[in-house]
Write a protein that binds this ligand. Structure first.
Ligand code: F6R
Length: 606
């Protein structure tokens, strides 16, 4: 939530930081700004709205220099106005600051600072930081940062530039992500790796409590008490093409199309010579009798499928918890419970808090994450990587299908460790998995025409209902989430068996219903549910086998999907037309699919 970036080196900071913001805008995009240190001055440009507003501002009022900081915002405290956009400065133009996180005691600090004569120009929590820094500053920026840290409560990653310190950026982290990047004679900081490209060749994720002093020539790290810290830098392996849109019109379209390749890569890493490769998770899976999944949003939907896989293969008890609920309950801890946070970003604040709660009760933690340098990955006993590459579109698509596959592989691993998976069932599961990438390609091609046509027709509808049973109930929830978040259509998913217990009252000829009805054990029950909807004049879009005549006879349209060799994997395929449907409806409704209103990709605040 919010993206920050900084550059110091021989090149023009303004253009480098604008590109960095472009790569970070998935973290928030309601306003943006940057500050360049030039000739003893702090040159500030900020604008409300999308990044292009800041670009216009920069074109109208250019600034230049070799050192600066930048920010793209997802508003927490204060409306998305240019006054509330970062960077924020103190009244004497001493220091400018960009911040990601929430300073929870900002009101108390603000009152004390105002009593001391500070004049605030924004409604943000962040603005206390430059005022505190200006008061602490005696010519040594690192000393000033270290002095104010004990006063800040909450979470932060912030970076500061000082008017009389050209060529120097100072940063600190506590609870919000920040990476350091090193290039040839240039240093960068950013909330995520893509924003370091192509200038940095090596990177190092900052740890909580670090204070960093960057010039073009060196990056010096110390702890909050001043003890020197040896930062370990690793080569950046992300390719620039992975963070560019290529020939696609949006990252969402690109990421949907990438799914076969990503799933193949994940499988290649986990299958060798027809057998399962079992990553060392740092715990003895044999002893596990109880699994608790923690996740939010789309990752929570994947967790629900994980429960089905584990119950089926490993016969262990599984709970699926929404992270923001789990963290405030008083969950029962037991020695044979494994906690499994699932998170694309690895930075979601509630999931991280749930993980920390579990660890405080001495429960082992194995996480499924896409971003391997993330805090959740680092704080887990074991990690199962999703290997989906950078997901930039705000709506999660490729990470979701990678999560489903990774969870299926995890269930096989637990089942085998517990001696509950014979070779024959394992072989059948592996065979089914191997066919998936090709089946994803086939399904995407097969459904596209009818999906686009249906989206054309139903785009004006202001509401939609998704129905499914078993694993397809999960697809219904995920399909509805995709439609509401990027097309702003009120959409809701139900377990089809529940529909007649109230929600069926919603059905009219104006309500499109998307009914998940592949040829699985629930097929005939779903057909009966569809009959009930038809009898009340509902408009039905079926999702099912291309040759299912009974389904076709009942529906206005059918999104065809390939049937996998293993029924449990069907949701990995049925979600595909629904991702494309949400994309097309959003485009017909003129919505920005990559940056839907009010959202941010990584929810790093509570
Ligand atoms: C929906 C979406 C969100 C995320 C949720 C969790 O398309 O992207 O619902 O799934 O914010 O994020 P992660 O997986 O990063 O913890």
């Amino acid at each position: 939530m919010c993206g920050i970036a900084g550059y110091v080196g021989p090149k023009g900071a303004e253009s480098i930081l604008t590109v960095a913001l472009e790569r970070l805008k998935y973290r928030g995009y309601d306003s943006a700004g940057l500050c360049i240190v030039n000739d003893g001055d702090l040159l500030l440009r900020r604008a409300a709205g999308r990044l292009r507003e800041l670009e216009h501002e920069l074109a109208d009022h250019p600034i230049s220099g070799n050192c600066g900081i930048a920010h793209t915002r997802w508003a927490t405290h204060g409306a998305p106005t240019s006054e509330n956009a970062h960077p924020h400065k103190d009244g004497d133009n001493t220091v400018a600051v960009v911040h990601n996180g929430i300073i929870e005691n900002h009101e108390q600090l603000r009152r004390a600072l105002e009593a001391d004569g500070a004049v605030f120009n924004s409604d943000t929590d962040t603005e206390v930081i430059p005022h505190l820094l200006a008061r602490a500053y005696q010519g040594d920026p690192v000393a000033a940062v270290r002095e104010i840290l004990p006063k800040l409560e909450g979470s932060y990653a912030f970076a500061a530039v000082f008017a009389d310190q050209p060529g120097r950026i100072v940063a600190a982290r506590h609870g919000s992500p920040l990476l350091l990047g090193r290039g040839k004679g240039e240093s960068l900081i950013a909330s995520d790796i893509p924003a370091l490209l192509p200038h940095a060749h090596e990177y190092c994720p900052m740890e909580d409590g670090w204070v960093v002093d960057c010039t073009g020539q060196r990056i010096v790290v110390c702890s909050a008490d001043g003890t020197p810290v040896e930062a370990e830098f690793k080569p950046i392996e992300v390719e620039i093409t992975e963070v560019s849109m290529g020939d696609y019109d949006s990252f969402m379209a690109k990421e949907i199309a990438e799914q076969p390749e990503i799933l193949q890569r994940l499988l290649d890493s986990r299958l060798r010579n027809g057998d399962l490769v079992e990553p060392d998770l740092g715990i003895d899976l044999k002893t596990i009798n109880h699994v608790v999944f923690l996740a939010c949003g789309t990752s929570w939907h994947a967790a629900m499928l994980g429960k089905r896989f584990l119950e089926h293969y490993a016969r262990v008890h599984v709970e699926v918890d929404i992270s923001s609920e789990y963290r405030y309950r008083n969950p029962v801890a037991s020695g044979d419970t494994l906690v499994v946070p699932i998170s694309q970003s690895g930075e979601t604040a509630d999931t991280l808090a749930g993980l920390r709660l579990a660890r405080s009760m001495f429960m082992p933690v194995v996480s499924l994450v896409n971003v391997m340098d993330s805090t959740i990955a680092r704080e887990s006993d074991g990690v199962l990587p999703l290997m989906a590459g950078p997901e930039i579109g705000v709506a999660s698509t490729k990470a979701y299908t990678a999560q489903i596959m990774a969870l299926y592989l995890f269930a096989l691993q637990v089942a085998r460790a517990k001696g509950r998976l014979d070779q024959e069932r394992l072989n059948a599961a592996i065979l089914a998995l191997k066919a998936i990438p090709e089946q994803v390609t086939e399904t995407l091609a097969l459904c596209e025409e009818v999906v686009e046509h249906t989206a054309d027709l139903f785009a004006p509808a202001s509401a939609s209902v998704f129905l499914g049973r078993g694993g397809e109930h999960v697809t219904a929830l995920e399909g509805a989430l995709k439609l509401k978040e990027i097309a702003y259509v009120f959409a809701t998913g139900y377990a089809a068996g529940e529909f007649k217990h109230g929600p069926i009252a919603l059905v009219t000829q104006h309500l499109p219903l998307v009914c998940l009805c592949p040829r699985d054990a629930m097929h005939d029950k779903m057909l009966s549910n569809i009959q009930e909807v038809r009898a009340r004049s509902g408009r039905v879009v079926g999702v099912g086998a291309p040759d299912d005549q009974a389904l076709a006879d009942l529906c206005d349209f059918v999104f065809p999907v390939v049937q996998p060799q293993e029924e449990l994997l069907q949701p990995l395929l049925t979600i595909l037309p629904l991702q494309r449907y949400a994309y097309h409806v959003a485009r017909k409704r003129d919505c920005d699919v990559d940056q839907p209103r009010n959202l941010a990709k990584s929810v790093t605040v509570e």
